[in-house]
Write a protein that binds this ligand. Structure first.
Ligand code: FAD
Ligand code: SIN
Length: 523
C-alpha cells in the first residue's frame, strides 16, 4: 500500500512519543504517523527504573550536573551540547509532570530525589523503581486524545528511501499481513533506540536490534562512537530471569557490592566505591569474577536498610526477585554486568538533524555528544525528552520547503518464504555470543580481529538470506544487528586507547588527544 503522511515517526519510546505530542500541538493541521515494531508499550523506555536526572533543589546546580556528565564522559562529551541539554532538564521534567507523571514524593511532599553512580548529589526524579512505565503510559494516554496522530503497532521499518542524500520516507513491514508499505513523508524521524541485542546478556527488551542505526548507515548517514557500549553493573543473575535490571538507585540508597564470600571490593577500584561511574563498576565486577571464577557477585541492600524502606523504594525489584525466590529484604541479590546502552549512534544535532535532508534521529539511536565515552546514569531519558522537544520546534518552523516525492513500490522479486527459520536463530545466537565473549567489557586487539573475521562470514550468509527469502521481522532484525555489530567492532579496532566504556588490554593508556570515531558507508 502507498501511504502519504506529513511526519513519519519510527519508535514509541520516550523520544518518539514525546515528539508526536509536541508536533501535534505545534502543527495540528499536519498528519503524524507513529509506528512501533511491537506494541506501543514495548521499548527500553518502558523498563527504565532509576529515573530522570535534573537539577531540582538548592543543594544542586547546573554546573555540578554538567561536571558530573563531563567526568563520566571521560573527555569525549561535547560541552556545548551538554550545557544545552542539561539546562532545559527542569523545564522538560515539568512538562512531564503537567502531562500527569506522578514522580515519587517524600513525607513532606517534596520530590524524592535518587542518586546513582557518578552523580555528586541527589538529583534523580523517579516513580519508585518503575519510572519508565509511568512515563510511557502517561504519554500514550495524552496521545490517544489527539486527532492528527495515527498509530500503527507491529509495523517494522525495513529501510529508508533516500536518493541523493534526501530522505523521502520508508518501506515498512506490516507484520500481520506481511505486506510492505511504501510510506512517503515530509520528514522521517528515527526514534528506534539502541542496539543491545547484539549482546547475549542485556537489560533491553528483545526488539532493540539497532534497526535505526543500520538503516541510517545504509542510507549514507555518519555513525559515531559505537565502540562505547555501556554495561550496567547489576543485572539479576538467575537462569530464568531474562534481562532484569537491578537499579543503580539501590546503591544510591546504600546497597553494597560484595563477592560471594561477603567481602566488599569496590574500594580497591575507585574513591567513589560502589557509586563510581558505571564503566568502572562494571569492569571491577568483571575483574573480580575473572579472578574468583565465580558466576556472579552480590548486591546487598538487606544488611543496610529495613524491610519497609526497601519495599517502598523498590517495589518492582522486590516483586520480581520474589518470583525467583529471592527476598531482597532478607538476602543479597546475585548480579552480573550486562549490555545496557549505546553511547554512540547516528551523528545528529540536539534537534535530530542528520547529514541526510529530511531524516532526523533522536533518543538513544542518536549520537549528539551528550554522553561522550560513557553516559552518566539517568541522562538518557532526559536526552530523549530534549531531542523530541528540539526536533519538534525545528520541524514546526519550516516544513513547507520539505520535498515530498513518491518512490517505487517494494520489489519482492523471486523471493520465497523461508523454510529454515533455524538459519536465522543460529546466526543470531552466534553473533550475540561472539559479541559477548570477544567484544565485551574487556577487549583485546586479537579478539576484536577474530570477531571481525567471523562477522564477515555471517554478513555474507545473512545478505544471501535477505535477498532471496521473503522479508520477515526476524530477518530484518538479524540483518541490522549484524551490521551494527560489525560497525562497532570496526570502531573499536580504530581506537588505540582505553577510554570510558571502551577498555582494550593492549592499549591501556588514554591518548592525550580525545577524538570521536566516525564511520560512513563507502559509495
Ligand atoms: P526506546 O525506548 O528503546 O524505544 C525504541 C522504539 O523504537 C520502540 O518502540 C521500538 O518498537 C521502536 N523500533 C525499533 N526498531 C524499529 C523498527 N525497525 N520499526 C518500527 N519501530 C522500531 N535511562 C535513564 O535515563 N534512566 C533510567 O532509569 C534508565 N533505566 C533503564 C532501565 C532499563 C532496563 C533499560 C533497558 C534502559 C534504561 N535506561 C534508563 C535507558 C533508557 O531507558 C533508554 O536509553 C531510552 O528509554 C531510549 O529511549 P528511545 O525513545 O530512544 O528508545
Ligand atoms: C538504573 O536504574 O540503574 C538505570 C539508570 C540508567 O540507565 O540511566
Amino acid at each position: 500500500m502507498k501511504i502519504k503522511t506529513d511526519f513519519l515517526i519510527i519508535g514509541s519510546g520516550i523520544s518518539g512519543l514525546s515528539l508526536a505530542l509536541h508536533l501535534s500541538k505545534l502543527i495540528p493541521n499536519q498528519k503524524i504517523l507513529l509506528i512501533s515494531k511491537e506494541t506501543l508499550l514495548e521499548s527500553s523506555t518502558y523498563y527504565a527504573q532509576g529515573g530522570i536526572a535534573s537539577v531540582w533543589n538548592d543543594n544542586d546546580n547546573l554546573e555540578k550536573h554538567i561536571q558530573d556528565t563531563l567526568i563520566a564522559g571521560d573527555g569525549l562529551c561535547n560541552e556545548i551540547i551538554v550545557r544545552r541539554i542539561l539546562k532545559q532538564a527542569p523545564e522538560r521534567v515539568r512538562e512531564l509532570i503537567a502531562l500527569g507523571v506522578k514522580f515519587t514524593r517524600d513525607e513532606n511532599g517534596e520530590y524524592n530525589l535518587g542518586k546513582e553512580g557518578g552523580h555528586s548529589v541527589r538529583r534523580i526524579l523517579h516513580v519508585n523503581d518503575q519510572t519508565g512505565q509511568s512515563i510511557v503510559k502517561t504519554l500514550i494516554k495524552n496521545i490517544r486524545n489527539l486527532d492528527n496522530i495515527e498509530i500503527r503497532e507491529k509495523w517494522c521499518a525495513v529501510n529508508l528511501y533516500v536518493k541523493n542524500l534526501i530522505c523521502y520516507g520508508a518501506y515498512v513491514l506490516e507484520q500481520e499481513t506481511e505486506e510492505i508499505h511504501n510510506i512517503t513523508a515530509k520528514a522521517t524521524i528515527l526514534a528506534t533506540g539502541g542496539s543491545d541485542k547484539i549482546y547475549l546478556y542485556t537489560t533491553n527488551p528483545d526488539i532493540i536490534s539497532g534497526d535505526g542505526i543500520a538503516m541510517a548507515y545504509r542510507a549514507g548517514a555518519m555513525i559515531s562512537n559505537l565502540e562505547f557500549y555501556q554495561f550496567h553493573p547489576t543485572c539479576l543473575y538467575h537462569p530464568y530471569a531474562k534481562s532484569f535490571l537491578i537499579t543503580e538507585a539501590m546503591r544510591g540508597e546504600g546497597a553494597i557490592l560484595k563477592d560471594i564470600k561477603g567481602n566488599v571490593f569496590m574500594e580497591k577500584y575507585h574513591p567513589q566505591k560502589d557509586l563510581a561511574p558505571r564503566d568502572i563498576v562494571s569492569r571491577a565486577i568483571d575483574a573480580e569474577l575473572k579472578k574468583s571464577g565465580d558466576d556472579y557477585v552480590y548486591l546487598d541492600i538487606a544488611s543496610y536498610k529495613d524491610s519497609a524502606h526497601i519495599k517502598s523504594h523498590f517495589p518492582g525489584v522486590y516483586e520480581k526477585c520474589l518470583e525467583f525466590n529471592i527476598d531482597i529484604t532478607k538476602e543479597p541479590i546475585p548480579v552480573v554486568p550486562a549490555a545496557h546502552y549505546s553511547c554512540g549512534g547516528v551523528v545528529a544535532g540536539i534537534d535530530g538533524i542528520t547529514e541526510i535532508k529530511n531524516l532526523y534521529v533522536i533518543g538513544e539511536a542518536a549520537c549528539t555528544g551528550l554522553h561522550g565515552s560513557n553516559r552518566l546514569a539517568s541522562n538518557s531519558l532526559l536526552e530523549g525528552l530534549v531531542g523530541a522537544y528540539e526536533c519538534a520546534s525545528y520541524l514546526s518552523k519550516d516544513f513547507s520547503s520539505f520535498k515530498v516525492k513518491s518512490f517505487p513500490e517494494w520489489e519482492s522479486g523471486s523471493a520465497i518464504p523461508s523454510t529454515e527459520a533455524v538459519v536465522i536463530t543460529q546466526n543470531w545466537d552466534e553473533i550475540r555470543m561472539l559479541m559477548q565473549n570477544f567484544v565485551g567489557i574487556v577487549r583485546s586487539d586479537s579478539r576484536l580481529k577474530r570477531a571481525l573475521k567471523r562477522m564477515n562470514i555471517f554478513a555474507e550468509e545473512i545478505d544471501y538470506y535477505y535477498w532471496n527469502y521473503k522479508i520477515e521481522k526476524n530477518l530484518v532484525e538479524l540483518r541490522n544487528l549484524s551490521m551494527v555489530a560489525e560497525l562497532l567492532i570496526r570502531c573499536a579496532l580504530s581506537r588505540k586507547e582505553s577510554r570510558g566504556t571502551h577498555f582494550n588490554e593492549n592499549h591501556l593508556d588514554k591518548l592525550e588527544l580525545a577524538r570521536n570515531s566516525y564511520i560512513k558507508r563507502p559509495w
